[in-house]
Structures are given as C-alpha cells and as structure tokens.
Design a protein around this ligand. Structure first.
Ligand code: DOR
Length: 450
C-alpha cells in the first residue's frame, strides 16, 4: 500500500500556470492541491524553493525487450527513465520478435508488469500484412500503431505506397498512427551515389545529406495525404526539418487530426556536432542544421509541434563506432530528457509550463491516457520534484542505461531531480531508486473518439 505524502510549499507547474501550493498524495492519487493543507498523518516533505511538475510521459522509447537485451531491457531503461523524471513511457514495436501480433503485445505487457519501474504502454507495429489485426487495435491494450516509412533498427519498413495505403485504411477511428517519415528509396539512392563517388568509408558528416531534408519532407507529405484521405489521427514522430513544419497547423490539440513530435536531441545538437561526436549522434532521421534546430525550437512554442519526447534508442558503444554505414542509429536519452528541457528553459527557449504541456499534458491527451499527465485532484500522483537552482553533470561513470553511455557525457545540465513519485509511490529519493518494479499499465479512454 502506498504511503501518504504532503508536499509542502512547492512551485507547482501544471495546466499553464505556476503557483506555490501544497499537494496531498494518498492511495496513489493526488487528493488535494491547495494552501495550508493539513497533514493528517501524511509524511510531510518541505518543498520550499523547489518546483513540482507532472512526471513526463515519453511517447517514443525503444527499450529493446524482447530479443535485444544485450542493448537494454524494460527493467534497466525504465529505472533510468524514472531517475530522470519520466514516469510513463510508450514503447516502440521494433523489438525481436517485433510487436506485430496480439500475442507479442501481451507478452511485452506481462514482462513490463513484472519489471517496469515506470508506467507503460506499447505500440503495435504495422507491416502491411497484419491489417486485419490492426482493424481490431482499438479493442486491444495498445497505446497506438507505429509505421516506419523509412527504415531504421529492425525490419519494420512499409515503404511501398500500395501497402502503406492498406495500413492507413486499416487504422481504427480512435487510434493514433505514429509515423517515422523518411523516403526510404531516396535514402538508398543517395547512399549508393555517395559510395560510388567516395568509396565505402564515408564520413559521419554526410549522414544529414544522405538522410536529407527532402527525404523527410516527401515522406511526411505522403503520410499526411494518406491520413487525410482515410481520416486517420496521424502523429509524425521526431521532426527534424524547418520545411516540414509548414505541414502542421497551430491551434488546439483537441481539434487536430495531424500532430507532430520533436525529440530532445534534435533540439540540442546540430550538424556541427558530427565532427566532435561522430557516430554517437547518428540517428534516424538525422540531426540537421542549426537553422532546422532553431525552427524546431520555435515550433514548440508556436504550436506546430505538440509533443516533446526522446526516441530513446540505446545501442552498445561498440555498435556506435566503425564505418558510417554500419554504425547503429539511435541515442540513449531518457535519463536526462527532463534536465535537457530544463536547460532549454534556462536558455529562454521554453517556459516551465511548456515543458509540462509538451511532455506530460499533451501526450496524455493525444493518446487518451486516463488520469495522468496533470497535477490535479483525482489524477494518479506521477510527480517530479526538481531544484532549478542546482546543476547536474552527466557522467558515463554513473549512467543507468544498460549500454552504459550517454551522448551528453561531461555536459552540465540545468536542475537536479530531487524526488519522483510513480502512481503515488516514492520511486526516487536523494538521487537513488527507492522502489523499483512499481509501474502500472497505462489505461486509455477512447470512448469519445469513435
Ligand atoms: O535512430 C533511430 N533509432 N531512429 C529510429 O527511428 C529507431 C531507433 C532504434 O530503434 O534504434
């Protein structure tokens, strides 16, 4: 049974405002938010000078289990996530086997129930061959459906337009289709042309020219055209180019059928960093120019992008070295995403209320996640207490990913995580994991969507 807590006097950041308040937690939920609340036996924590945010809901992570446990497991990465203030995650289907059947989904849910420190949801992957199952997806315990228009880790690629059309036609009315948008044929042609010109040993700096702007734009345009034709709720993942942003409307999330996500690494790094970090920052879609980075940052407050996440994609350090073509794509990020966001707040790019909106309220609303993502009475107590005056220096020596490294090694980030609650249980205290394996399955309410 979860203990009761009274968090006294924090700056509470939720629903567009920041105000000093007390927060009472009991039976896993937020019971009260107000001033001078009585403890009535609850453990009181003095939060003066600290900020309390809703725990982040990361809508794009790769935790690699089953099949790729040498890189990561649900236990290892969810523990790292919770240490970083990410209290819920939506995990991608490119595991081995891929999550493309009801059985594979059930088996991931069962493993997460045994080992996940954070609350969990899993995507079903679209293959072009499993449309019959996708049609029933709204009745299944999946957070959404994922389609890869561009290839990445694993073999879940649906590049053929006829197959793609079948996938879009099969998506049930209430479900979100999350899409990785890169034009695979164009990428393959460009890679072959560069190899023909320069030989097999290509420099890492060519990555954003091989997986170029036009590859992203063409695939995003195609996905949006199909979504409009088939009336699908489309969520385009990890946007990287300024040009794509024109495809997205501003305005209220509730009115949108087409939404976009940005990831922290695309806001942090730019193509000038390949010289220093090489394969460590190879990811798909590629990190692009400083101008793209600036446009993505502006779109978070401008309203074209509604969700901020990580695409946490761990690989062994050995897999991130060698010849350009063979280097695995993806960066481990989930332990530091909140501190990266707080660094963007310190730099004046975001407000604290934007962090809560983009990384907690909006993912909860978009995926119809019940009773999470806000600091409101009645919601589950998924909370993160941070000291904004402090600094945290990332070090590979005390990283908690199974792969044991971060692209941010030795970088100083704004803020320090003081405590984290997952469904009302104190999961992190004083920088240490207080309880593990306590994540709950996310529940979805799609009743208003049909
Ligand atoms: O860089 C990436 N790595 N992008 C993706 O979309 C997949 C991910 C992975 O699974 O490694």
């Amino acid at each position: 049974m979860a203990a009761s807590y009274l968090l006294r006097g924090a700056q509470v950041v939720s629903d567009g405002v920041q105000r000093q308040a007390d927060v009472k937690i009991a039976e896993g939920r937020i019971k009260q938010v107000g001033t001078d609340l009585a403890a009535n036996g609850a453990k009181t924590i003095d939060c003066a000078g600290l900020h309390l945010l809703p725990g982040l809901i990361d809508d794009q992570v790769h935790f690699r289990e089953p099949g790729l446990e040498h890189k990561a497991t649900i236990a290892s990465e969810s523990a790292a996530a919770v240490r970083g203030g990410v209290t819920s995650f939506l995990e991608m289907p490119n595991t081995s086997p891929a999550t493309i059947t009801a059985e594979a989904l059930d088996s991931k849910l069962a493993q997460a129930a045994r080992t996940s420190c954070a609350n969990y949801g899993f995507y079903l992957g679209a293959t072009g061959e499993n449309c019959q199952m996708l049609r029933r997806a709204a009745q299944m315990p999946a957070c959404g459906i994922k389609v890869f228009l561009g290839s990445s880790t694993g073999d879940l690629l649906v590049a053929d337009e006829e197959k793609l059309e079948k996938v879009f036609a099969a998506i049930p009315a209430g479900m979100v289709l999350a899409a990785h948008c890169e034009d695979d044929e164009r990428i393959r042609t460009r890679l072959a042309a560069h190899i023909a010109e320069h030989g097999e040993q290509l420099p890492m700096s060519l990555h954003p020219q091989i997986r170029d702007h036009e590859s992203c734009l063409a695939a995003s345009r195609l996905a949006i055209r199909l979504a409009k034709k088939h009336r699908v709720r489309l969520h385009i993942l990890h946007l990287t180019t300024a040009a794509e942003l024109d495809l997205f409307a501003t305005g209220s999330l509730a009115d949108k059928m087409i939404t976009g996500e940005a990831c922290v690494h695309h806001l942090w790094f730019c193509d000038q960093d390949y010289a220093r970090l090489g394969g460590l920052i190879k990811c798909n879609p590629a990190i692009k120019t400083d101008a793209d980075r600036r446009a993505l940052r502006a779109a978070l407050t401008g309203g074209q992008i509604d969700v901020l996440a990580t695409d946490h994609a761990p690989h062994l350090l050995a897999e991130k070295q060698g010849n350009y073509k063979d280097i695995a794509a993806g960066l481990p990020l989930v332990e530091h995403s909140l501190l990266m966001m707080l660094s963007l707040v310190r730099a004046g790019v975001l407000e604290l209320t934007d962090v809560a909106r983009l990384a907690a309220h909006n993912p909860a609303a978009l995926f119809d996640i019940k009773e999470r993502g806000h600091i409101r009475p009645g919601c589950f107590a998924d909370l993160v207490l941070v000291d904004l005056q402090a600094q945290t220096t990332v070090s590979n020596r005390d990283i908690h990913y199974k792969c044991g490294w971060s692209p941010l090694d030795q970088v100083q980030l704004a803020g320090r995580i003081e405590a984290v609650w997952v469904s009302g249980r104190l999961a992190v205290s004083g920088g240490e994991l207080a309880e593990d394996g306590i994540g709950l399955p996310l529940q979805y309410d799609r009743s208003g969507r049909s």
